[in-house]
Design a protein around this ligand. Structure first.
Ligand code: UTP
Length: 296
């Protein structure tokens, strides 16, 4: 029997330099896809997977992110008074229970592994999910829920994976596959951003369920690829110590909203997925594509 996954860590302490100058004053996680900040997509996905405790690893300049989770009482009563029930429901849907969120500080951006390690005192002897808000995934059921279901079968540590062209593997953590069971693979190794000879084209993206022993591995805090403390290394240590690490080929489309091109692609996809926008938006996209073609 695996233990239920009820806690999730959201590492949001990165500098977000690829979105300067916007990230001079706005945390990257507050940037909006259509009308919802990236963090809201991550929170909704976590809730649907059964997460009830949300741990944010933050840093300087992320105040707007903490404020986002305050209940907006004045706004709620004004919407109530004016009978705008639909907007009121949207607003209330973002409310979090008191005490459900905890914030810990990462004082220096020393890497994803270090950010996760900063949450260690808020965890017991239980598995914990990690969600990177940059990776927005359109999937039904949502990606983390698919992982929680698969984890019930496998236990151990689980990462979300997807096939990428082999030349793109150098941008990802990459799995070395011991056993391919279809949707689930068992890993015999994991390499962060391999410069050459990637062990496969199965890339790890920003969703994890970590066994408690991964925190023990992070206690050793070695610097890995790029001088950062890598979560990948702490997961690879699990394999070296004979514990199971699995990848799930999730069903869904992942957008890298940490990059400008990925963010724009996500904006188009999420815009087209909205009933109230899709016709007008599709027509506009069609028109600009036709104009481009005509100009060529
Ligand atoms: P990125 O590698 O995208 O870095 O981090 P970044 O600083 O956010 O963005 P750029 O590259 O400067 O534009 C991936 C995730 O890990 C978190 C980030 O907040 C992001 O969600 N992270 C990274 C931390 O919380 N702390 C770190 O030290 C590094």
């Amino acid at each position: 029997m695996t233990r239920k996954v009820t806690k999730a860590i959201f590492p949001v302490a990165g500098l977000g330099t690829r979105f300067l100058p916007a990230t001079k004053s706005i945390p990257k996680e507050i940037m909006t896809l259509v009308d919802r900040p990236l963090i809201q997509y991550a929170i909704d996905e976590a809730r649907e997977a059964g997460i009830t405790e949300f741990i944010f690893v933050t840093s300087r300049g992320k105040g707007a992110l903490e404020d986002y989770f305050d209940h907006a009482h004045e706004l709620e009563s004004s919407l109530k008074k004016s009978g705008k029930t639909e907007l009121l429901d949207i607003l209330r849907g973002t409310n979090m229970d008191s005490g459900a969120i905890a914030y810990v500080r990462q004082h220096k951006a020393l890497g994803l592994g270090h950010a996760v390690w900063c949450a260690r005192r808020l965890l017991g002897d239980e598995p914990v999910a990690v969600i990177l808000t940059d990776d927005v995934i359109m999937g039904e059921p949502p990606c983390l829920q698919q992982m929680v279901e698969a984890y019930k079968e496998t236990g151990g540590t689980m990462v979300a994976t997807m096939e990428v062209p082999i030349e793109k593997t150098k941008a990802y953590g990459v799995l070395d596959i011991a056993e391919d069971m279809g949707a689930i693979v068992r890993a015999k190794g994991m390499v962060e951003k391999p410069k050459e000879n990637p062990p496969s084209n199965l890339a790890v993206i920003g969703r994890y369920i970590l066994a408690p022993t991964v925190m023990d591995n992070l206690n050793k805090l070695k610097q890995g690829a790029g001088g950062e403390i890598q979560l990948t290394d702490a997961i690879a240590d699990e394999i070296d110590e004979g514990r199971g690490v699995y990848g799930l080929r999730f069903r869904g489309q992942r957008f890298d909203c940490g990059s400008k091109a990925g963010f724009l692609q996500a904006t188009v996809a999420f815009g087209l997925a909205r009933d109230e926008l899709k016709d007008e938006f599709a027509e506009y996209l069609h028109d600009i594509m036709s104009m481009r073609k005509a100009a060529e």
